[in-house]
Design a protein. Sequence first.
Length: 258
Amino acid sequence: MLLSATVATASDWRPVIAPLTIGGHYYEPASAASNHQAIQLSKSQTALLRFTVRRGENSRWDAKEGSAVDRAELTGWAQPNPLGKDVWISYAQRILPGEPVTSRWCVIGQMHATTQAGDRGSSPPFALQLLPGDVFMISTRYVAAARHTVNPDETIRYSGAIERDRWYRHVFRLRFGYKGDAILQWWRDGVLMLDLTDFSMGYNDPEGPYWQFGIYRNTSPEDLTIEYRDVEVSQTSLAHRIAPPLSKETASDLKLMR
C-alpha cells in the first residue's frame, strides 16, 4: 500500500547530530560531522527521517580507518538481536529523485554483525542495496566458523527495479542461523516477495546482528537522498503491519535524546 507523497519543506527539517530513540530503540548517528543535512528529522511529519550522502563525507570511524566511503546512517549497535529467534523490521522508504546511481555498492538498510575479537570486519549478513539503474537488491552472507578472517561471499536473494519518489512499505521477518536454519520473509506493499527457509544467514558470534539504516556506499560523485518513516524493530511479530501503513495514531515514537 502506498503512503502519502507529502513533502516536508526545507524549514521543516532539523539535524540529527545526537542519539535518538525510535519506538524505544536507541540509535546513534554515523555521518560526517561537517554535514548537518546528512541525517534530518521532520518537525511536522511523525517519524519521518531523511538521509543524504555527498561525495567524501563519511563518519569519524570511516575517517579513522581511511575508508573511501560515504555514510549517513543511524546505528542500533546497543541492541543486538539473538541468533535463532525472530526479529521483525517494518518501515516505509522513498528514494528521492536525483542523479543516476553509480555506486558499485550502496547499502540502504542492513543487519550489521556484532563482531568479536579476532574476527575480520565483514559485510553485513543481511543487506538491502540500491544499485545503478535504480535496482533494489537483497543479499545475505554467513560464516559457520567461530572465527573468520575473510569476508564471506554474498548470495543475492532478490534483484529488481524500483521507482524513485514513491513510498514502498517493507516488512521483514528474519531469523539468523548459520546451520541451515535461517528464515527470510519479505513483504512489500502487502505482497509476499520472498519466503526462504532452511538456508544459512548470519555469523557464528555470541551475539546476533543489529539494525542499521540510512545510506552507506563506496564513495561516488552523485548526491543521494532517501527517506524512512515509521521504523519499527521487534522480536515479536509485526505481521499486522504487512497490509496497512501505520496511521498517525500508531506511528512509532521518535525522540531526540538531546
